[in-house]
Design a protein. Structure first.
Length: 603
């Protein structure tokens, strides 16, 4: 009898376990967080590059993905959209009343992101371009191979060769989509086609022994102590693949670009694309995580430009400058002054990297006074790779690996040395590294209280870039930029972000040309012309993204001031920063919802 009962219980257990696993893997999981985690895991498993980037599975002995690249085919896009719609339906089936406060926040975030993604994929699947001058796939794949692909042993060396073999497959899939755009008569602007042609020609023209895919591969093999004879063998294999397969695939991209150049778009804003105004409204909603209209954002930008210019004018007058008719012209003169410029040579470029590292070290010393938590991961400074520096932004950040073995990286663009005036260096370091992107991103990754989805599944540019711009102001407030010219550097940076609101909406909503936007930004900000051109061309390629910075910063400052007004002398800036960062990356609407609960508790 007892044996029968045990067998019956075992059968019940197996049935329940099978049901649970079946729901977890294929249907609606019982747990809401398991559902969100499943989404991310499935997405991650389909992105070998992402698995390499986070590096989390390697410690469990699984790393075959290091020999693969993602599937960019049209067939995969169709499959992804079908899956996304199914997942969205499941997400909505979870009742709010059954969710915890943390789960409800996660649901709000996920609904916002998935709805926008479905709209993008169904209404505007070809409005963005895979080959753009700003972080396009043709340069992105090189950066990934040289900077991210790990080589710890001979197996990784073989995986590297496997990935090289797959680059032509990826490019053939991209060409398939470019042909689709061609049939739909959706073309990138002429200047963009010309820029990408120049970048690809530069890549092709690099002699194979000097190609970064070869030289950095050799450096990594040397660093793990591989015998010289074996290094040469792998190096020769890589060179052969590059010569016979990789470079010919770049030639095919080049051929297509030359073919569409006469057909390319003479306009620069997405207003000129089918249903362009509504597409731009979607991009603004995604990037600012707000409900501001294009007109409202344009006007916010104009108002902020005037306020910041008046602050700069006040400092300039206090420093003895007189008869200033135009702040932008005064900033241009400052930017071109020999006093604030480095000599155009490699020694100066090395010095700039050293200065950036010193700025970061100095900032880190003060951080315990303003933050309850500091990241364990370090941050280093590297120059932007030569093959992409001409069209890249002035600086950008790459986060650390989850295991902490790869530090965060602040990439500084040293192509045009005049674009790095000395008084602007501090604020860029504060933005990209400490207390900006590095603090926010590293702390997010290291936060043990956040669910897997909240750490890895949220994409709110307004929050991340808003925090980084806020970090610039915070650094000034705490005395890290006491020199008046360093303060001008910060204000020029803030002015730059305010101008972005004007020019991004100007290009994509008010039908400004590239040249009109360049002229406006140059006159208002005093930035080096090379930097202005690269930035305007970036906004054209990446509509709406530039608006996220200032909108996000203004929201954080609004919440901080509101907290001061409510708490008075009980206000603790460390506590406020902890609130902003402890919940991880969130859309601004969700940040406001969380704030209402937090400040109510503080009262």
């Amino acid at each position: 009898m007892i044996r029968k009962i045990l067998i019956f219980l075992a059968i019940i257990f197996i049935v329940l376990a099978t049901t649970y696993v079946s729901k977890l893997l294929f249907f609606k999981p019982f747990s809401f967080n398991h559902f969100l985690t499943r989404q991310l895991v499935y997405d991650a498993l389909e992105s070998p590059e992402y698995l390499t980037y986070i590096g989390i599975l390697e410690k469990y002995g699984y790393r075959s993905y290091n020999g693969k690249l993602s599937d960019y085919s049209l067939k995969k896009d169709i499959k992804d959209l079908k899956k996304l719609k199914k997942e969205y339906k499941i997400l909505n089936s979870y009742e709010d009343k059954d969710l915890s406060a943390e789960e409800l926040t996660s649901k709000k975030i996920s609904l916002f992101q998935m709805r926008n993604e479905i709209d993008q994929k169904t209404k505007y699947p070809y409005h963005s371009y895979p080959l753009i001058q700003m972080n396009g796939l043709h340069t992105q794949i090189l950066e990934f191979m040289t900077d991210i692909h790990p080589i710890k042993d001979e197996k990784d060396a073989k995986y590297y060769l496997s990935r090289l073999e797959m680059i032509p497959i990826v490019f053939s899939q991209v060409l398939e989509k470019m042909e689709k755009r061609k049939n739909l008569k959706i073309f990138p602007p002429t200047f963009m086609v010309e820029r990408v042609i120049g970048q690809i020609e530069s890549i092709i023209d690099i002699p194979i022994p000097e190609n970064p895919l070869v030289t950095i591969y050799e450096d990594k093999l040397t660093s793990i102590g591989m015998p010289k004879e074996l290094i040469n063998s792998y190096k020769n294999k890589a060179s052969k693949i590059i010569k016979e397969k990789v470079l010919p695939s770049y030639q095919l991209l080049l051929l297509h670009l030359h073919e569409i150049k006469p057909l390319s778009n003479i306009n620069h804003g997405v207003w000129s694309l089918p249903d362009g105004d509504n597409y731009y409204s979607l991009r603004l909603r995604v990037m600012t995580t707000s409900n501001y209209s294009s007109e409202q954002i344009h006007n916010i930008g104009l108002k902020e430009v005037e306020r910041i210019k008046n602050e700069i004018l006040s400092i300039l007058k206090s420093e003895g400058y007189e008869n200033i008719d135009n702040v932008g012209e005064a900033l241009i003169k400052l930017n071109e002054s020999e006093e604030f410029l480095f000599e155009d040579n490699q020694k100066s470029r090395d010095e700039i990297i050293e200065i950036y590292n010193n700025i970061i070290d100095e900032a880190y010393e003060l951080m315990p006074q303003y933050f309850l938590e500091l990241p364990n991961s370090k941050v280093i400074v590297k120059p932007v790779p030569a093959y992409s520096e001409k069209s890249a932004a002035g600086g950008y950040y790459r986060g650390p690996s989850l295991d902490g073995k790869r530090p965060g990286i602040f990439y500084a663009n040293l192509y045009d040395i005049k674009a790095t005036p000395k008084f602007g260096m501090k604020t860029l370091a504060f933005h990209e590294a400490i207390p900006g992107h590095h603090f926010q991103i590293a702390l997010n990754l290291e936060n043990k209280d956040l669910s897997f989805f909240r750490k890895h599944g949220v994409n709110s540019t307004a929050y991340t870039e808003g925090w980084a711009l806020y970090a610039e102001q915070l650094a000034v407030e705490i005395g890290l930029s006491e020199n008046p010219y360093d303060k001008i550097g910060f204000l020029q940076s803030e002015l730059f972000r305010a101008v972005r609101l004007v020019v991004d909406t100007g290009i994509h909503y008010k039908k400004w040309s590239r040249e009109e936007a360049i002229e406006y930004m140059y006159k208002q900000t005093g930035k080096a012309m090379s930097s202005v051109i690269a930035e305007i061309e970036r906004y054209i390629a990446w509509p709406g993204q530039a608006c996220s910075y200032k909108i996000g910063m203004l929201k954080i400052l609004e919440l901080r001031q509101n907290t001061k007004d409510i708490l008075g002398n009980r206000f603790d800036i460390r506590d406020f920063h902890n609130f902003i960062l402890e919940n991880g990356e969130v859309p601004l609407t969700v940040l406001e919802d969380n704030y209402k609960i937090w400040i109510k508790d503080k009262k």
